[in-house]
Structure formats: C-alpha cells, structure tokens
Write a protein that binds this ligand. Structure first.
Ligand SMILES: [Mn+2]
Length: 323
C-alpha cells in the first residue's frame, strides 16, 4: 500500500479527476466528494466524473450538484485531460466504465475490496478499512488536511453505508473511534441517517413489496434465502432509481446466514447477483469465481446466462459455502 506515493502524486498534480464505480453507492460518492473538497482546499483543479448517474438520495451531500456523468466513449472523448484520475471504491477497471477512457497521466486506485485487481498506476488498497472513506481520510491525514464539517458529512456517509449503519461484521472499535472524530466536526449525524434511510418514494415501497412476494427460502438449505426477480416481474412494477439493499429482506429472516438477490436483465442475457452472509460464511469467493467481486460478506457479480441457469449455478455454490 503506498499512501506516501499517492500523496506525492497528488502534490505534484494540478488537474485531478475524482471518480467512483458504475451505480455509485454511499461509499463511492461520499469518499469521492470528500476528496474533491480536500483537493480544492489544496488549490487543485478538481472535477468529479462518474461513469453513471448518481441517485438522488445523495443530493444532500455537499458538492453533489457538480458531479458530472461520463457514461459513454463520446463523453469520455469530450472530457478534458487530467494529470491524475483518482478512483474511489472500484474493485476493477471495468467498474470505471467510460471514465477509464478519459486521458490522464496517472491513475490512483483507492479502495478496500479484497478482490481489487490493482488496476491503477498507484494502488492504495486497504482491505482492513471499513469503507473507502476510511482510506481517503488516512490519505488526507498524511497530506495534513484538517477534518472539517464538509469532509465529516461526506466521510460519515461512507461509514454508514459500508457498515450497514454499523450492523455488518466489519464494524469494530476502530469504526466507532473513527466515526467519533467525524462527529466532533459538528455534523448532524441523525439528519444524515434520516437522509440515507427515510427517503423512500411510493415506488420504492412497491419494489420492497415485490421483493417480499418473490422471497424464497431454499428447500435443501434453510439458512439460505433469496429474492429472484425475472425480467417480466421487474417490468410489471418498473425499475427503481436505485435497487438499494433489497437483499436485506432475505437477510432479515431469523436463522438466515446467506442471502442473495437475482435480477434478470431486460434482454434476459445476464443476471445481476448481490450476496450477503454472516461470518464465518463467505460470499466474496463465490462472486469472484463468477467474474465479480466485493468483500467476504458482501459481494456481487453479473452472471452471463438466463435466470434458470443463474439459479442453478449460484445456489449450488452458496449451498456449498454453507456445507
Ligand atoms: Mn466500499
């Protein structure tokens, strides 16, 4: 891990593009925005270019309105060259979509996924960090950046998101000590929690209803449960702006140890799979075996094939994890 090399590259750069992964989440957006604010404070020219649109749930974060989407090669070609691109929370270069095509000298990869492919010119992959926000804060500390309320709000969002509101197994004593420092900047943590939690639209509740209706506990392995959504089922309700944590419905069942969500693509050629587990059971290796990635207890992949094939293949692997 080269925090020192990353800090040096940043010190030497004048134009910087900050980015995160496709379908950005609270960690990617929060970590990226914290970097944007800190780098601006250092007098850098900074842009936040995202490979896909950021969901409106994050609109409360300072700097959200200035995030631009670079969704295809044409947009990448039109994007002004940067000395540096800093990727936050992406496990592999495919997750950067069209932003990977933007011209630059150096690519810095800041992440905490155990499956990270070290795709950057400089890689700061800290697998012990609860969120990429924690990686960003460590880097900023090395650069003598002082935490303030703006950074606090962005970084707090990363930890709430990636620890599942301090519920996941990555929550440790360090998590609370680190978070306490953010609270000391004067942020309104309860207001951020509300913004990240109580902002469902009526359609989002229909998605939850669809999730419950399509929930199934495995007949062979009762500790395994998931939600299987065909393209037709999804089309009948309509795609949400953000799929959020629908997989948590399966996880909330008493006795559940491994939960999954399968969503068939419109063209029925691929199936998006999200998986969660309780320790000691792991889903990261299952995602990785299928070309995806993530963390030990939270991971995902895109399965190439139809829904029936995805169920056969993925459920067999998940049952094996529990055996
Ligand atoms: Mn993350």
């Amino acid at each position: 891990m080269s925090y020192a090399a990353a800090a040096k590259a940043i010190a030497n750069a004048s134009s910087i593009i900050v980015t995160t992964h496709i379908n950005p989440d609270g960690d990617g957006v929060g970590a990226g925005l914290a970097l944007v604010h800190a780098l601006k404070g250092m007098g850098k020219q900074v842009r936040f270019c995202c490979p896909s649109r950021v969901v409106s749930m994050y609109a409360f974060l300072p700097g959200f309105a200035k995030i631009t989407a670079v969704e295809d090669e044409a947009a990448a070609a039109k994007t002004r060259r940067a000395d540096l691109i800093i990727s936050c929370d992406a496990g592999d270069v495919e997750r950067l979509g069209a932003v990977a095509k933007v011209k630059r000298s150096t690519l810095i990869n800041l992440d905490h996924h155990v499956t990270n492919t070290r795709f950057g010119d400089l890689n700061v992959v800290d697998v012990d960090a609860e969120s990429t926000g924690v990686v960003v804060e460590k880097l900023l500390r090395r650069m003598k950046v002082k935490l303030d309320k703006t950074l606090g709000e962005c970084l707090y969002t990363t930890i709430v998101f990636d620890t599942g509101r301090f519920m996941h197994s990555n929550t440790t004593a360090h998590t609370f000590r680190w978070t306490a420092k953010l609270l000391e900047t004067g942020i309104d943590a309860a207001a951020i929690n509300r913004a990240l939690t109580y902002t469902k639209k009526p359609h989002d509740l229909l998605i939850q209803k669809m999730g419950i209706e399509n929930l199934r506990v495995d007949e062979q392995e009762p500790r395994l449960a998931g939600i299987v959504l065909s393209a037709d089922t999804i089309a009948a309700v309509g795609e949400p702006e953000d799929w959020g944590d629908l997989v948590e419905i399966a996880r909330s069942l008493a006795g559940n140890q491994v939960a999954y969500l399968l969503r068939e693509a419109k063209d029925r050629k691929t199936v998006r799979c999200s998986m969660r587990s309780n320790p000691p059971f792991e889903v990261g290796s299952v995602a990785q075996a299928l070309g995806g990635g993530g963390h030990r207890q939270a991971a995902g992949c895109t399965f190439v094939g139809n829904l029936a094939a995805a169920q056969r293949e993925i459920l067999a692997r998940l049952r094996h994890q529990l055996s």
